[in-house]
Design a binder for this molecule. Structure first.
Ligand code: SPD
Length: 328
């Protein structure tokens, strides 16, 4: 399939606030393929109005429509293969390491001996790949809503989906919100929420009842790490998350961030929270990854190390004013 010759029938069209701000004119097919710059993908969303990051498309490798969203994979000129859900970049082969390593190791290196880990979302398998690096972990459950994301990742991103091959992993296809309600209290040492943005299927994963279920599923002093958007674009969303988490998690509540060149504004944040119990100081990893050992592995770490762990909690002044006063 060439990038210039893409015809999509019956596109999924969701009602999104602010769509009229130019989004319709550019995103003609719901996948983000630009009608203005033929052969390019442009990421347009009311969540980042007035801007669009674009990648040159070499070849469309997959386009499909699941029960939940549009799914596309293309070969880009400069970032390797790219996974898109509902027109929004989820990962590129070139920079996925920054997100997957940070969302996994920030929480798991902050507590001694994590044994049971739950991943909500994360259907590409990248977080599983990272969690598997921790030898203390005995059980890794994952609940992903969309089977197509798992299948497409296994087919096009084997170096990411390799996470599914670990024998400690149990995959459930279903709604993470419903799954968590059934989890017995205090089951997990860590819950990692690897979601897409809070429009579409992931919306509930940013709401208070979901965080209450996460806190219930964690043991005392257990930790949650959830993707928490951009300080440049989404301060209102971040403030809401911080306010909710402050009320629900009675231990630590901290915001960290990392660079990801292909995410909107070039960065993404993480909300890290712990439940009441043994104190967790997220800024100073008590369970560091053995970096020398890791560099000997088939897939060495590319991004995470203990220095970048602590640095991730340093916020620019404007963000510190808004978040820093509420988080600790
Ligand atoms: N703006 C897009 C944020 C996507 C976060 N989730 C990515 C999934 C990678 N495992």
């Amino acid at each position: 399939m060439d990038a210039e010759n893409v015809v999509v029938e019956s596109p999924v069209k969701k009602q999104r606030d602010g769509e009229e701000n130019g989004a319709k004119a550019l995103d003609v097919n719901g996948f983000g393929l630009s009608s203005v710059i033929p052969g390019w993908y442009s990421e347009i969303s009311p969540m980042w109005p007035g801007e669009a990051h674009s990648l040159k498309v070499e070849k469309i490798l997959f386009q499909g429509k699941s029960a939940y969203q549009n799914v596309m994979v293309f070969q880009s000129s400069t970032y390797g293969k790219v996974l898109i859900l509902d027109g929004v970049i989820q990962l590129t082969e070139r920079d996925e390491c920054a997100y997957q390593e940070m969302i996994s190791h920030l929480p798991l290196c902050s507590i001694p001996n994590p044994k049971k880990v739950l991943v909500i979302g994360g259907g590409d398998g990248g977080v599983l790949r990272e969690v598997s690096r921790h030898s203390s972990v005995e059980k890794i459950d994952i609940c992903e809503i969309d089977n197509m994301v798992v299948d497409v990742s296994k087919q096009f991103f084997p170096d990411v989906a390799v996470g599914f091959e670990d024998p400690r992993v149990t995959l459930r296809i279903g709604d993470g919100v419903a799954f968590l309600k059934e989890v017995p209290e205090g089951t997990y040492d860590a819950v990692i929420v690897d979601s897409s943005d809070p429009i579409g299927p992931a919306q509930e994963l940013f709401e208070k009842p979901f965080f209450e279920s996460v806190a219930r599923a964690l043991r005392p002093g257990g930790v949650m790490c959830t993707q928490a958007e951009s300080i440049w674009l989404h301060m209102d969303i971040i403030e809401d998350i911080v306010n909710n988490c402050r009320q629900i998690f009675k231990g630590s509540v901290n915001y960290a961030w990392t660079t990801v060149p292909t995410y909107p504004s070039g960065m993404i944040g993480f909300m890290l929270c712990s439940t009441a119990g043994p104190v967790v100081d997220f800024k100073y990893p008590v369970n560091p990854i053995d970096e020398k050992e890791c560099q000997k592995s088939v897939r060495p770490l590319k991004f995470y190390n203990s220095e970048i762990h602590s640095a991730a909690f340093c916020l620019p002044t404007f963000a510190k004013r808004k978040i820093g006063s509420k988080a600790n």
